[in-house]
Design a protein around this ligand. Structure first.
Ligand code: ZN
Length: 304
């Protein structure tokens, strides 16, 4: 009787392993990464996201429910460049999941896909001073070309974790690149009117967007990331913005929008609040839709 039972169990377990039908459990820190992972993973992956789109990803509260999600993951995809350093290490400690520990195949730093990291500090930067960009600017997903690069990296890693589906992962990443590339060119062309005047931004969020679209960023109100600006800095930037004819002050939904509105008024510029992440504002519920909204809103404000 015991032998029969053992055999039956072995057959059942064997069937599950051979079919490989269970989707890989992918946990992404950010909504942008979650959207990309869903495209690449298709029916071979189930994707969960830790930081909701409307939260500033620098400062997510490390709730126990997030650690539980991480505990079940086969693959963790994170932004890197210290964007999640305030909460991801805490969650990883609580999750006690050896598959997604740093250095394991189930742990993917998506910034490894980048060709260039912007604003890498030339000297030492201390986080004790509050600076939250110690390894350079981490907001690279606001350049859609980087989204394409990250999707390709995800496909490779998913394929390593599930070799029998590697071809499908690679094909989906290639399809995504083919679908995004003409739109990336169209957004770039549509942004022409925005290139006529320099912009000011509230926090140092938009460098990659500006780099891609060829926009001039005159400076940030919050010029040291994560630290409230001094009145002297704001006065100085206001003077430069007025002299340069700045027409738009760009902010993320989680910035101090009262302060941003005051600064914009003093500069004689329009405050333009843009979706800085998928799901951070209505209408930006996918990665392409986010750029659709960003470009349309920048162009509309440039014409005012
Ligand atoms: Zn930042």
């Amino acid at each position: 009787m015991k032998t029969i039972l053992t055999l039956t169990l072995a057959t059942v377990l064997g069937a599950v392993t051979i079919a490989g039908a269970e989707p890989l459990q992918v946990v992404c820190t950010l909504t942008d990464l979650g959207w990309l992972a869903e495209q690449v993973g298709g029916e071979d992956a189930e994707v969960a996201v830790l930081c909701p789109g409307e939260y500033d990803p620098h400062f997510l509260p490390a709730r126990p429910s997030l650690a539980r999600a991480l505990g079940k993951a086969d693959l963790l995809c994170y932004n890197g460049l210290d964007l999640e350093v305030g909460w991801l290490p805490v969650l990883l400690d609580k999750a006690r999941n050896p598959r997604v520990r740093d250095g394991q195949p189930g742990c993917l730093d998506c910034s490894l896909a980048l060709a260039t990291v912007l604003e890498v500090p030339s000297g030492p930067v201390s986080r004790s001073q509050g600076d939250v960009h110690p390894q350079g600017n981490p907001h690279y997903l606001l350049d859609p070309r980087n989204g394409v690069r990250v999707a390709a990296l995800m496909a490779e890693r998913l394929g390593e974790l599930r070799p029998e589906a590697a071809g499908r992962f690679r094909q989906r990443a290639a399809d995504l690149a083919a679908a995004l590339e003409p739109r990336i060119a169209a957004w770039h062309a549509a942004a022409e009117p925005v290139r006529a005047h320099p912009l000011v931004h509230y926090s140092k969020q938009w460098e990659y967007l500006a780099d891609w679209l060829g926009l001039q960023l005159l400076g940030a109100v919050e010029h040291r990331p994560g630290i409230s600006p001094s009145p002297r800095h704001v006065d100085e930037l206001t003077g430069r913005a007025r002299a340069a004819g700045v027409t738009e002050l760009v902010a993320a939904p989680w910035n101090h929008l009262d302060a941003a509105a005051k600064a914009a008024e003093r500069m004689g510029a329009a405050l333009v609040v843009l979706p800085a992440a998928v799901g951070s504002q209505p209408g930006a519920d996918g990665y392409p839709e986010m750029f659709e909204v960003i470009v349309a809103r920048l162009v509309a404000a440039a014409g005012e």
